[in-house]
Design a protein around this ligand. Structure first.
Ligand code: GDP
Ligand code: MG
Length: 166
């Protein structure tokens, strides 16, 4: 099995930590090539009979200037080129305003979108449940996977879920 997975999330939710964690398991970084979509390739996971290419989506945030607008277009093309979208957030009382903006963009996605709740090591179970409740109300995520990229919790579960959806 093989496929492309987009990683989307506002700054500081732990995207880089997550990619590094997967690299720690079995992965190689690809150097950036400007002017191509490959620009977005962050990492390739090679498992047993399975290859997953992870891409980031630098421009999914609100554009602040012209260059920003260009990046938003590139984010849209990533959304149409991948097999799965991972939307990363952290435990929240209510939808984070920046997340709301990204979720609006995700409504155009024609592929499964998974909700990854990172940093679950830092909160109580009830706070995770609350996060799932308010985010699922906002968007019909295919599945929810709570993880700790920092501690490595639930990494295998996440990879297995990805594999079974490719
Ligand atoms: P990015 O901006 O989305 O790439 O986020 P980073 O990967 O740079 O992480 C931002 C901050 O969150 C860093 O200080 C990380 O150490 C921290 N962080 C990332 N993942 C976790 C996690 O699972 N648990 C905790 N407690 N902190 C985390
Ligand atoms: Mg980062």
């Amino acid at each position: 099995k093989s496929g492309f997975v987009a990683i989307i999330g506002r700054p500081n939710v732990g995207k880089s930590t997550l990619l590094n964690r997967i690299i720690g398991e079995k992965l190689s970084i690809i150097s950036n090539k400007p002017q191509t979509t490959r620009n977005n390739i962050k990492a390739i996971y090679n498992g047993d009979n399975c290859q997953i290419v992870f891409l980031d989506t630098p421009g999914i945030h609100k554009p602040k200037h012209k260059l920003g607008e260009q990046m938003v277009n590139s984010a849209h093309s990533v959304l149409s080129e991948v097999d799965i979208v991972l939307f990363i957030t952290t435990p929240q009382e209510d939808i984070h305003p920046s997340d709301r903006h990204i979720i609006e963009k995700l409504r155009n996605a024609k592929v499964p979108v998974f909700l990854i709740i990172n940093k679950v090591d830092s909160v109580k179970k009830e706070e995770i449940a609350k996060t799932i409740e308010c985010y699922m109300k906002e968007f019909n995520f295919r599945e929810v996977i709570p993880i700790s990229a920092l501690k490595g919790n639930n990494m295998n579960t996440m990879l297995e879920v990805l594999k079974s959806n490719l």
